[in-house]
Ligand binder design. Structure first.
Ligand code: PXP
Length: 252
């Protein structure tokens, strides 16, 4: 089979994390979205969490208004989030589990226990013209249920694979990569579009990118982390220049 183009969705949540650390207006996640698009991002992802710890309601509104590139709205399957999504109408919505106390999305959706909640949410979003994906563990049985629930897309949780890569555990890495391969193959055979994400970095992305059925990767934290080091020298130089400019006024 020939592999589809592999799209990159850039998650701008952690630009908002940095902004919120000071409670001010910068760095602006919308500006980050523009920069990401200029650099080749195919879509922009933002997760409006229940506690609004990073992205805020007005960020989602501005992203939808200001960017022409598809917006992937990550959300919990709650009435509040469904109301926001159906009002803003992003291109896509990715349903994720959400616990207040977690630092990031820690596991895939419970598609069995949560089926009765998920089914009407998927329907409502679909009826609003939003492409729905379910963030799930890379297990064939889970994909069967995702498919039965009527979702056209699944995003495979790459967290366990990423953990293995961070730990330098090559055996576990091979096992987790194989799990992703199997799940992608199974999901695509059902007719699901396959996305993947969570914990992907420049060091571990290649194996996931090599899974032929994967059509899209959603990546956030490592991109923003790398951007610090790629951008810091330029930022320091620009600051130095401005300091010199100010200084040169003395006695001038
Ligand atoms: N995909 C989903 C569904 C997520 O919840 C997240 C984390 O917000 C990501 C992808 C991106 O993960 P990371 O920030 O680790 O790249």
């Amino acid at each position: 089979m020939s592999a589809p183009n592999l799209r990159l969705g850039v998650n701008v949540d952690h630009v908002a994390t940095l902004r919120n650390a000071r409670g001010g207006f910068y760095p602006d996640p919308c500006r980050a979205a523009h920069e990401a698009i200029m650099a080749g991002a195919d879509s922009i992802t933002a997760h409006l969490r229940e506690d609004r710890r990073h992205i805020r309601d007005e960020d989602v509104e501005r992203l939808k208004r200001q960017i022409l590139t598809p917006l992937n709205f990550e959300m919990a399957a709650t009435a509040e989030m469904v109301a926001i999504a159906t009002r803003i109408r992003p291109h896509a919505a990715c349903l994720v589990p959400e616990k207040r106390e977690e630092r990031t999305t820690e596991g895939g959706l419970d598609v069995i226990g949560g089926a009765e909640t998920l089914r009407p949410v998927i329907e409502e979003l679909r009826d609003a013209g939003i492409r729905v994906s379910l963030f799930v563990e890379p297990e064939p049985a889970v994909l069967d249920i995702a498919f039965a629930l009527g979702a056209p897309v699944v995003e495979l949780h790459t967290g366990a694979y990423a953990e293995a890569s961070f730990a330098g555990d090559t055996e576990r890495l091979a096992r987790e990569a194989a799990r992703l391969y199997r799940a992608a193959e199974h999901g695509a055979a059902l007719g699901l579009e396959i996305h993947a994400g969570h914990g992907l970095t420049e060091e571990n992305v290649a194996l996931v990118a090599a899974i032929p059925q994967v059509a899209e990767l959603n990546i956030g934290h490592s991109l923003i982390a790398t951007a610090i080091f790629v951008g810091l020298p330029e930022a320091v130089r620009a600051m130095r220049d401005e300091m010199e400019r100010g200084r040169s006024r003395i006695g001038g």
